[in-house]
Write a protein of this length. Structure first.
Length: 330
């Protein structure tokens, strides 16, 4: 089941007010952290436009109003001729995506803009993400934004709007997607995954930083199980490295980035717990390992971010905090 994302209310209201008032800007920049559901919002806007008229009649609708049934069926089938997606392509004979959206892709879209509309009142171009454009591609898109075709709307998804060409930003109306408050996130998570324990919901809400997409990824990582693995390293010292090697495998690689972030989010609470349980005279090693963990994460972010290495090193730090002979176990 695809989750219905939250945090779109202000953006939806701003867009619909412009459409209802006949003041629809030709380019909209959806800016905010990755995982906020900006792509889902862009898809909803595109569907709304191709299933409705030009606007300006003051109708009070929501983006999920079904509109024209025939156009809606084309959208559902992924075949609507007036919705154009510009995104990174899969590399030849592989599964990985190309590093950028190329200039040739942009030129191909621009050529299509010279054709007459074949269905409905709008043509919609979704660029997801505009951050991925090659420099030449960004410049080509800019020229089109400066002289946009009639009845054409651009929806630009951006996770890092500050890195875009200022001239692109200036041609767009910006919709900002802000992190969701915990008191909103928690009931939404319960609705999405009703079998979750309340303690897990609280941990995920805190670790997600208010980003719904990240929260859903963290659910799949199983917070309680990860906490138990980290505590096992801390309590036993993992003398044969078995637990640390397993942790490194579990958080290594691009596909496991959310799990690594979960580990990074869990560790401060675990260290804090150890500090509360230990006598004052035994706190120095705890603080030393916390400093080491912080340096590891900071250096990884600045460098090549090898998830397996970061996970193993965090495990090393926790293993150093295992009870020594004669020290009370926890």
């Amino acid at each position: 089941m695809t989750a219905t994302m939250i945090g779109h209310d202000d953006a939806e209201k701003a867009f619909l007010e412009a459409w209802q008032g006949g003041r629809l800007h030709h380019a909209w920049l959806m800016a905010g952290p990755q995982g906020m559901g900006k792509s889902i919002f862009a898809e909803r806007v595109a569907r709304f436009l191709v299933t409705h008229g030009r606007g300006g009649d003051g109708q009070a609708l929501s983006l999920d109003d079904p509109g024209d049934a025939a156009a809606g069926r084309l959208v559902d089938a992924g075949n609507h001729p007036e919705i154009i997606n510009l995104t990174r392509q899969v590399k030849d004979k592989g599964k990985d995506l190309a590093r950028n959206i190329t200039i040739d892709q942009v030129r191909g879209v621009i050529r299509r803009l010279h054709l007459s509309l074949s269905f409905g009142d709008w043509r919609v171009i979704i660029v997801d993400a505009v951050d991925d454009l090659e420099t030449d591609g960004a410049n080509a898109l800019l020229k089109t934004l400066e002289e946009p075709p009639a009845q054409t709307l651009f929806l630009l998804v951006s996770h890092s709007p500050g890195r875009l060409l200022p001239t692109i930003r200036s041609r767009c109306r910006t919709l900002r997607f802000q992190p969701v408050d915990r008191d909103v996130m928690a009931p939404w998570l319960h609705e999405q995954r009703p079998m979750l324990d309340l303690s897990d919901i609280r941990a995920i809400s805190a670790a997600s930083g208010g980003v719904p997409g990240k929260a859903l990824a963290l659910i799949d990582s199983d917070v309680s199980a990860m906490e138990k693995k980290l505590l096992a390293i801390t309590s036993t010292g993992d003398p044969g490295n078995r637990l640390r090697e397993a942790l490194a495998r579990e958080v290594g690689g691009t596909s496991n980035r959310a799990r690594l972030e979960l580990v990074i989010d869990i560790v401060p609470g675990l260290i804090s717990q150890l500090a509360r349980e230990r006598p004052t005279a035994e706190l120095a090693p705890v603080f030393a390992q916390w400093d080491r963990i912080q340096r590891t994460v900071r250096d990884a972010v600045r460098g090549s971010y090898d998830g397996a290495m970061v996970g193993f090193e965090i495990g090393n730090c926790l293993a150093e905090l295992a009870p020594r002979p004669g020290q009370a176990s926890r």
